[in-house]
Design a protein around this ligand. Structure first.
Ligand SMILES: Cc1cc2nc3c(=O)[nH]c(=O)nc-3n(C[C@H](O)[C@H](O)[C@H](O)COP(=O)(O)O)c2cc1C
Length: 228
């Protein structure tokens, strides 16, 4: 079975999701789907919560916006496994083909928020692996072209490298021909969160505000793109 066939089977295999509907050709044109990817190895912790906050703010902008959180924590996901071309076989297949890539195939994909914890002032290894594997959505169609993409970072220090991580993520994403966005003022670069409250990120009022501002900005840009 080649990679594309594997992926299309993966689309139907993902359990209980509206994913089949998402990818279906007859999906109503009016829906705009914003994806949020949490690139922490800890499921549902501060990064995932922050991405969720951003997605909720995006959803509140318009009834046309639908959101989907992709938490990479429990997934088996390696970095790029060789071959210079995006359709090079990636063997063995892992969760990327089944649980991640299908979301990017929706014709109604409207935008993307990528969140990473700060690990030694750089993005997490999970985030780097995700960015490498995303290579597959560049061909035959550049799936993220002209779509708003923004980033958030969570660190346990107030100036722990959050802005650096956002810059690293967005720098990589420039290879996808997106519209890179920050948040609404004053979250100019994106969302920067401080895990200073024993993993309860909702207590970081300033950070939560930046996450909301990122979600709103992504939603507004996606709506504009779709000819609001
Ligand atoms: C290996 C490692 C390196 C880290 N390096 C930094 C750092 O450089 N700056 C920082 O602010 N926090 C750093 N942290 C803290 C995490 O960014 C922080 O706990 C974050 O909230 C974790 O996200 P999670 O709750 O989604 O797992 C580090 C944590 C780990 C495990």
């Amino acid at each position: 079975m080649d990679r594309r066939n594997f992926v299309s089977q993966g689309i139907t295999a993902v359990a209980g999701l509206s994913l089949g509907a998402m990818a279906a050709e007859n999906e109503p044109e009016s829906k705009i789907i914003i994806l949020g990817v949490s690139c922490s190895p800890r499921k549902g912790k501060t990064t995932a919560t922050s991405v969720k906050i951003a997605l909720e703010a995006a959803q509140a902008v318009s009834p046309r916006i639908e959101t989907q959180l992709i938490d990479l924590a429990d997934m088996k996901l390696s970095g790029w496994k060789g071959g210079a071309k995006p359709d090079a076989p990636q063997i063995p297949f892992d969760d990327y083909e089944v649980n991640v890539e299908p979301y990017f195939m929706s014709p109604n994909l409207g935008g993307l928020i990528i969140g990473s914890p700060v690990y030694f002032r750089t993005m997490s290894a999970v985030c780097k692996a995700f960015l490498e594997r995303l290579y597959t959505v560049r061909t035959p169609v550049m799936r993220l072209a002209d779509k708003p993409v923004g980033a958030l970072a969570v660190g346990s220090f107030r100036n722990g490298g959050q802005e650096l991580v956002i810059e690293q993520i967005l720098s990589a994403m420039l290879c996808y021909e997106p519209f890179i966005v920050g948040g609404k003022p004053s979250a100019h670069q994106g969302a920067t969160l401080w895990n200073n409250y024993n993993d309860d990120i909702t207590k970081d009022e300033f950070g939560v505000d930046t996450a909301k501002k990122l979600g709103i900005r992504i939603a507004e840009a996606a709506l504009k793109n779709a000819g609001r």
